[in-house]
Design a protein around this ligand. Structure first.
Ligand code: UT7
Length: 333
């Protein structure tokens, strides 16, 4: 049996910034409320029709370059997203074409905000069983296209972006040490999509934001908050246990960026110091499947990870779905 190691990471963030002050003009909210209740100050918005596959491709090219892997050598492309360009063909196929991964199998994974960790698990299994040597795992979202811009309870939370990771086969005892996924459809009513376009105003907040899909996101924030903290703690402890790693051994935790209070509550329950938790929520808000790979790429670029470091990624989202992975870091970038 082989192991899968992270060889490179990449991210892409659209240029247009939507600040809390901008949102004050759209819904009955305030910078103070958003900052205190969520930790978010601003988010990026994909304008002028920028699509999920294009943002994912830009993140992927960066990850491939960092990994020193040629797109033509990829065996597998897996994209976690809830905002694919189209229902079909998959976003992964569009991305595969854009980057020239000519011999890769490609597929999307739909697991809410857990899409990236679910996709990572698919790629990890393909590498471990010998089916793939190099795999590209992407989380990419244009959440602004499924945002109800009249709903202050959700529109202040969401943002757009993409992140990518290249996984490669290794026979060394390193890389992904443990990865575990969960789901519970009985809580599907806490975060879901509604198939109606006529309820939304399609505001011209920024050019391109009115490029809305015929469904939008609905959330029971309070109930979800409580479930999130419970599930994140449970899966983190389980994943660490299966990897035989103590919380005190972690060099870095990169959690899904949904709310700074959820992240802080998790760190507190685990007894993990704040400087070991990487957050980007202040700048990007909640970017669903993209939030972990975006944060990971940024953490790697900033030198927060060194070879042999133990990294914990943990997520939670619509489904409900949740999952975590413990990785022994082995790449230089
Ligand atoms: O990524 C997938 C997972 N996502 C999550 O896990 C999100 C989990 N939930 C949350 O992050 C939080 O529940 C929210 C940020 C969504 C909401 O924060 P909260 O502290 O739970 O607020 P709340 O829903 O209990 O609302 C408190 C008050 C209400 O007013 P009243 O009824 O007390 O008068 C809301 O109407 O805050 C009001 N409110 C707002 N006020 C200003 C809700 N949204 C806003 C807003 N600006 N944007």
């Amino acid at each position: 049996m082989y192991n899968a190691e992270v060889k490179g990471t990449g991210s892409f963030t659209p240029e247009a910034i939507l600040t809390n002050q901008d949102l004050e003009k759209v819904v009955d909210t305030s910078d103070d409320w958003i900052t205190r209740r969520t930790g978010i100050k601003e988010r990026r918005i994909a304008t002028n029709g920028l699509k999920t596959s294009e943002m994912g491709a830009r993140a992927a090219r960066q990850a491939l370059e960092a990994a020193g892997v040629d797109p033509g050598d990829l065996d597998l492309v897996v994209v976690g997203t809830v905002t694919p360009d189209r229902q079909f063909p998959s976003c992964a196929c569009a991305l595969q074409e854009k980057i020239g991964a000519k011999r890769a199998a490609s597929m999307d994974v739909s697991a809410g905000c857990s899409g990236f960790i679910y996709a990572l698990s698919v790629a990890n299994n393909a590498i471990r069983c010998g089916e793939a040597e190099h795999a590209l795992v992407v989380g990419s979202e244009v959440l602004s296209s499924v945002t109800n811009w009249d709903d202050r309870g959700t529109c202040v939370l969401l943002g757009d972006g993409a992140g990518a990771v290249v996984l490669s086969r290794t026979d060394k005892d390193t890389g992904i040490r443990s990865i575990h996924l969960r789901s519970d459809g009985s809580f599907g009513n806490l975060l879901y999509s509604v198939d109606q376009s006529d309820v939304r105003s399609g505001l011209e907040i920024l050019p391109g934001v009115s490029d809305l899909k015929p469904y939008y996101l609905v959330m029971d924030g309070q109930k979800l908050f409580k479930k999130a903290v419970e599930c994140l703690e449970e899966i983190t402890r389980w994943t660490l246990d299966k990897a035989g790693v103590e919380v005190s051994e972690l060099a870095l935790m990169v959690p899904h960026q949904a709310n700074i209070r959820i992240i802080n509550a998790l760190a507190q329950r685990l007894g993990l110091a704040q400087d070991k938790v990487y957050t980007t929520i202040e700048k990007y808000g909640n970017t669903s499947s993209a939030s972990i790979p975006m944060a990971l790429a940024e953490a790697a670029r900033q030198g927060c990870l060194a070879p042999c470091d133990k990294l914990l990624m943990v997520t939670f989202g619509a489904g409900l779905t949740w999952g975590a992975s413990l990785v022994e870091w082995s790449c230089q970038l």
